[in-house]
Design a protein around this ligand. Sequence first.
Ligand code: ADP
Length: 519
Amino acid sequence: MIGQEENILKTYFGYESFRPGQRQTIDKVIERENTLAVMPTGGGKSLCYQIPGMTMDGTAIIISPLISLMKDQVDALQSLGISATYINSSLEQEEQRARLQAMEGGQYKFVYVAPERFDSTFFVNVLRRIKISLVAFDEAHCISQWGHDFRPSYRSIVPTLSRVKNIPVTVALTATATEDVINDIQSLLGIADGNVVNTGFERENLAFHIVKGKDKGTYIRSFLNEHPNESGIIYAATRKQTDSLHDQLSKKGLSVSKYHAGLTEEERKAAQAAFIHDEKSIMIATNAFGMGIDKSNVRFVIHYAMPMTIESYYQEAGRAGRDGEHSDCILLFSPQDIQLQKFLIEQSLMDDTAKQKEYSKLQAMINYCHTHSCLTTFILDYFNDCPSGTTCGRCSNCLHRQERTDITEEAQMILSCVKRMGERFGVGMTAKVLKGSRDKKISDFRLNSISTYGILSAYTEKELTEWIHFLIAEQLLATEEGKFPTLKLNQNSVDVLKGKRQVWMYTAPIPSGEEADYQ
Ligand code: ADP
């Protein structure tokens, strides 16, 4: 027998079957169980509150930080014949009042609001008087102080809502949730462990790539030449970088648009619309762009520089391939990217504990850029989403596994050098000692007198730096996090030093824009 929910899925939305996690979430919400749904971008989170909202009595309140998306969501519901509206600051006062009145009259099944709405006592009082079916927190990670997109206004809704006594059930939805964030959302919204529906993060149509040691501008130009007419996003680290990349590429006649917080609202809106409607195929932007962008045919997301955390990287890269078709997520790494992110952390207004936490997230991001293991597995492991040991077969590390070299001896030299340096220095100084550098700092600390000084002088400092980062990424060497992370030995390092463990490095060429991979 087909249930009411399947019926709605077919007759209203025109879909044949539920996607993973949808049915489970919908059932729990209908049973009035507070629920958290963790699903990848494009996983179909909206239906998880839309179908219950349609079957339950009263008005569903959807809280979303994405004002830009509310109208689209409401238009989509209205086109299916479902009464819906949004109330936010983009409307004239008069219109806001009219919609509130209609809401009080029970005219809507769905009302989308921004967190700021809860600052209005008038609005909260209306909520108290109406029949509510459910409250949905879209982009629920914004509620958590551990989330990369924490919004205090989102969190402060919770105590306000607890004073609105007539809320039968709350559902939270997010695509990005580490254990910390999940726990935080659960405790804030009163969600039991059994009511977390987590479908996992893997997006099987995304292929991750790391590109190192290339001129980034040249790489991008050749990549774009090989992918004419494809839609993609290029994320730059700063507004200045966005502007200059936009200038370079538009001069080459490429169809580019740009978006960052330094532009006027009109400019941003126009740029976004041109990209969404395929008038411009490439969007060059800072991370200000993309939250809530629902464009299905983005074929690639290139990061011009390394972002600060895996959470933000996965979310930004994940804007590729929402239609399920193969898409590439390429990160162009250079060592200077690390300095920029450290500078941003140092400059931020966070307290020391929060900074420490950011540094450890940054270290995971750096490790991602240096690992030789499967990149998909690395990301899933970071989110505790997958047993180690499996590989995706699509990422740049999986694709370039032909040659491997035994570097156990070199690794032993590096590790014993760390030991002899008293485990008090970072990557840069260690590389200098191994190289036998004449840098003044080396002699100041008398590091030129230890036995490993110059022991790997046949290699460049850059190569040695790369190896040390590789050892860290593979957890063969530890770091004590902070602004200047010092290198420490761990049990794995001891095993390598004792010859109980070998170290292999993949030496096959890193993919370039010109190579077959991307054709
Ligand atoms: P999310 O919010 O998780 O990123 P959306 O709710 O925007 O995802 O859904 C992404 C796309 O998938 C939308 O175009 C939506 O209509 C579609 N979709 C959702 N559920 C299903 C389903 N069960 N079958 C087919 N398509 C679906």
